[in-house]
Structure formats: structure tokens, C-alpha cells
Design a protein around this ligand. Structure first.
Ligand SMILES: Nc1ncnc2c1ncn2[C@@H]1O[C@H](COP(=O)(O)OP(=O)(O)OP(=O)(O)O)[C@@H](O)[C@H]1O
Ligand SMILES: [Mg+2]
Length: 301
């Protein structure tokens, strides 16, 4: 091995260990606690749930927390037209097939097969964006708990295999609809919306552990993101991610300038974040619209 590849191997292993030490940081109360409990009920009742909520509301995090709590791994994939059944199940590695033939050794499993074999939580994001053909390839695993792996045979899933769909509410009626057959397999629909003010502020704090933000600053950040969710000029409002980003950026700017997060820093940070985070209705120019929104919510000083 070259010194570069030795270094890479060592660093890669360190990073693997770092990932496995990582704990999920989640505020689990109100809708999150309810959704968490219903996930458990669905699993016990052998029903497949769908988690529906706007972007950044915590769907993936909730699944990660659920998998962690039940001592399993989360495997996931995001649907789009380019996903083939082999991306879900896995595929033979042609160079190994040359020596070993079509054996298990030459097979590289995908996230669906891994979660079926190990008994993991399988998160399928935006399943509606998968082609109908791929959606149909999920019917067997979801309904029967079994899957046919080409050339290797049909397997029965581990009893802890738990598939969950996550989707955006708009996608329920959009151009890419969930196929009727797959929709019929999703038995329980769990909705997540934007959390209450106090909860969202707590979520921002949990995601800023190294910073100390004042209550006033946190209230203002919440005011900014909440306003975008009621504005009729905005098609895609600020998610929880945007609030976290404003809080973190403003804190870092304050640190660099050796001062507290003040009005000016908040408005600068908010502008940097919101210009890209929001989608306005056609015909509305983002920059001036963000500037006026920030001025309106934060006041002029
Ligand atoms: N209850 C919560 N506790 C702590 N952090 C949260 C909570 N909900 C959301 N977050 C934070 O908000 C961000 C977005 O969460 P996540 O990625 O789970 O959203 P999502 O609903 O899966 O979004 P998308 O639809 O874009 O996939 C993450 O940084 C996450 O840590
Ligand atoms: Mg997600």
C-alpha cells in the first residue's frame, strides 16, 4: 500500500468509529412523541406507516431516533426516476463475478435488502417519485416480507424489518403520485407539521449546543421563520433548518466580532439564509422580498 492509501484507510476507520459514536439529538415531545409512539404501534400491529410533512420538519430524524431507540440501523433511499430495483436490492459486482461467478460473495446488497436481512428500519423518501415499475417491486417486500434476489433466491425478511415511507404533503397530489398498489400497502398516515413556538425554539437550541443564544434572539429567529409560513407571497416557506441556520450563522458572526447577537447580525444572517431558503411566487424578486420581510419582522433597529 502507498502511504496515501495507508493514511486514507486509518482516517476512514476513525470516521467510521466517529459515526457509530454519534447519538441522535432530538426534541421528542408533542407531535414528535405522538408520532414516535404511533410508529411503535404500527410496527407491533404489522402495519406500514407513511410519515407526511413539509421539508425539514424532522421526518428523517424521527426515523433515526426510532431506529436508535430500538437498537437497529436506519437504511434509506430517496426516490427519483433514476432509481432502479437494483439500487434498492443490490447488484452483482462484475469484476468479482468474473472470478467467483454469481455467488453471494459477488453480490453487493442495497439498502432495502440490508434492512430486510439485518432487521433494520427502512426509510423510503419520496416513494412517489419512483417509476411505477420500481414502486411495484416494493409490493412483495412490503406486503409479504419477502424478496426475490436475482440468481440467489427468495428470502424472508428478518422479523425486525420495518419499512416506513416519508413524503411531502404536496407530493400527495402532484404530478408524481404514489401508485395505487403501493398506496394501498401504506396503512397508517402520520402527519407532522411545524411545531409550536416553544418547541421549535427548543429544537433550534438543541441544534446549537456550542452557542449561547439569548431568549430575545431566539424569539426573533422564530418570528422570522414563522412569518414566512403565513405569507401568501411564499410558495415554499422557511423550514426548521432555516431557523437553525440563522441561529448558527448569527452566533458565529457574533463570536468573530466579539459581541452578542444583535439586531444587525440577526438581520445579516437571516438575509444570507432566507434568500436561498424561500421560494416566492412567480414574478416576485427574492432579494428585495427577503429584505423587506426581515425589516418588517425585526423592526428597523
Ligand atoms: N424534533 C427535533 N429535534 C431536534 N432537531 C430537529 C427536530 N426536528 C427537526 N430537527 C432538525 O431539523 C432539521 C431537519 O430535520 P430532518 O432532516 O429530519 O427533516 P425531514 O422532514 O426529513 O426533511 P426532508 O423532507 O427535507 O427530508 C435537522 O437539522 C434536524 O436535526
Ligand atoms: Mg428527510
Amino acid at each position: 500500500m502507498t502511504s496515501e492509501s495507508v493514511l486514507f484507510k486509518k482516517s476512514f476507520e476513525e470516521r467510521l468509529a466517529a459515526a457509530s459514536r454519534e447519538k441522535v439529538r432530538i426534541v421528542i415531545k408533542e407531535q414528535y412523541a405522538d408520532a414516535f409512539d404511533v410508529l411503535g404501534d404500527c410496527e407491533n400491529a404489522h402495519l406500514i406507516p407513511g410519515l407526511i410533512g413539509p421539508p425539514g420538519v424532522g421526518k428523517t430524524l424521527l426515523l433515526r431516533a426510532y431506529a436508535e431507540k430500538t437498537g437497529r440501523d436506519l437504511y434509506w433511499i430517496t426516490g427519483d426516476e433514476g432509481v432502479r430495483p437494483s439500487h434498492l436490492t443490490g447488484a452483482f459486482n462484475p469484476s468479482i463475478v468474473l472470478n467467483k461467478g454469481f455467488t453471494l460473495e459477488a453480490f453487493e446488497p442495497g439498502p432495502l435488502l440490508k434492512s430486510m436481512v439485518y432487521g433494520g428500519v427502512f426509510g423510503l423518501n419520496e416513494a412517489n417519485r419512483l417509476s411505477e415499475y420500481v414502486q411495484n417491486s416494493l409490493l412483495d417486500p412490503f406486503e409479504e416480507g419477502s424478496i426475490n434476489v436475482q440468481r440467489l433466491g427468495r428470502i424472508r425478511a428478518h422479523e425486525n424489518f420495518f419499512p416506513v415511507l416519508t413524503m411531502n404533503p404536496e407530493e400527495m397530489s402532484g404530478a408524481h403520485r404514489l401508485s395505487e398498489a403501493l398506496r394501498d400497502r401504506i396503512r397508517v398516515w402520520i402527519r407532522l407539521g411545524y411545531p409550536r413556538k416553544e418547541t421549535e425554539i427548543e429544537i433550534i437550541k438543541v441544534n446549537c449546543p456550542e452557542y449561547k443564544l439569548s431568549d430575545t434572539a431566539l424569539e426573533k429567529i422564530y418570528g422570522l421563520v414563522a412569518t414566512t409560513r403565513t405569507s401568501t407571497d411564499i410558495e415554499i416557506p422557511a423550514s426548521i433548518r432555516a431557523g437553525i441556520s440563522i441561529a448558527r450563522l448569527a452566533s458565529e458572526m457574533a463570536k468573530r466580532n466579539d459581541k452578542k447577537v444583535d439586531h444587525q447580525l440577526l438581520s445579516d444572517a437571516a438575509t444570507f439564509v432566507l434568500v436561498g431558503a424561500l421560494r416566492f411566487r412567480p414574478g416576485i424578486d427574492a432579494e428585495p422580498a427577503v429584505n423587506s420581510l426581515v425589516r418588517r419582522v425585526l423592526g428597523s433597529s
